[in-house]
Ligand binder design. Structure first.
Ligand code: SF4
Length: 306
């Protein structure tokens, strides 16, 4: 049986369930790297170029840990995952960067996913992705369609949300905030402080809400478009008492969109906002101190103290 390795980083948090299921339907064994640890971070930082953001460095830590355990590493070249929008250029160059570092240590599967013009472009990517297991297009497309059918029939059950006095919107790339080691467990810490964190991918922040820069114009990048739409909706509807932005130091798309959002929060909505910038030198104590001070301020406001 062919074993495929999935690094638990970057688009893993958006796309992994689909690809994992696809490979399992095809009869492959899928191995996902364990959750990020200090060892993963140190390995990634030592392998990757200094200029890259921490999420990309961490990807290398996951990839190198998987390499000896698998027949192939799955490293798609992600150009676009939805019509008319694109991913950060780091996602495009990822297979080349990983190849340059791991060399012959592992074989890679690197389908190009570019759905910017047509959803049907996925079929080319799917055929490439399946090629180490089967070259039969009928079997491959049938597996993909079965995978999509299973996805659409498994309805996401929404969990009841705990009651809390204070609601905080958290704006961040999913691969930062959902990786507890990378984000210093901010979500768990907020929960322990009695704060209800609301992420930008919450279903209530529909992408068609008032998130456009100008009527009819969307932001070029997929994640930033969603973050902007959710952030503007949170602020303009009063759905949250404060907003925390968590961004990777040196993130190009984030530096533009997050800065724009923070200015709007302050000028147009007077919503308190905290920005946390993360890289490999960030210390947990500094993050916790700022988080506690911010939450304390929100709790005092909620209690009517000035
Ligand atoms: S969007 Fe920012 S954080 Fe994400 S990969 Fe690109 S530079 Fe890194």
């Amino acid at each position: 049986m062919v074993t495929i390795g999935m690094p638990r980083a970057l688009l893993y948090y958006d796309c992994a369930p689909t690809w994992n299921n696809f490979y399992r339907i095809l009869g492959a064994n899928v191995v996902v790297s364990p959750a990020t640890t200090k060892t993963t971070i140190d390995a990634g930082v030592s392998l990757c170029v200094d200029d890259a953001c921490l999420p990309v460095k961490i990807y290398f830590g996951h990839a190198v840990a998987l390499a000896p355990l698998v027949d192939f590493l799955f490293v798609p070249r992600l150009v676009s995952i939805e019509r008319g929008k694109y991913l950060c250029p780091k996602f495009l160059g990822l297979p080349d960067m990983v190849k340059a570092v791991l060399g012959e240590r592992v074989r890679m599967i690197t389908p190009t996913v570019d759905l910017s013009k047509s959803d049907r472009a996925i079929y080319r990517a799917v055929l490439t992705a399946a090629s180490p297991i089967t070259k039969n297009p009928v079997r491959t497309i049938a597996a993909w369609q079965a995978c999509r059918r299973q996805e659409s029939s498994s309805s996401a059950s929404s969990q009841p949300e705990p009651e809390s006095k204070v609601h905080v919107g958290v704006l961040a790339h999913p691969y930062i905030i959902k990786d507890a080691a990378l984000s210093f467990g901010i979500l768990e810490k907020l929960n322990e402080m009695g704060v209800q964190a609301i992420l930008d991918d919450h279903p209530k922040f529909d992408a068609d809400l008032p998130g456009t820069l100008q009527p009819g114009r969307r932001i070029f990048w997929t994640h930033e478009d969603r973050i902007y739409a959710a952030g503007m909706t949170m602020a303009s509807t009063g759905a949250v008492d404060g907003i925390i932005v968590v961004q990777a130091f040196g993130c190009g798309p984030g530096s533009m969109i997050f800065d724009l959002l923070i200015r709007k929060f302050r000028r147009e909505y007077s919503v308190p906002a905290l920005t946390l910038s993360i890289d490999e030198h960030t210390g947990e104590a500094g993050i916790v101190t700022r988080l506690e001070a911010f939450v304390d301020m929100l709790l005092r406001t909620a209690r009517g103290c000035s």
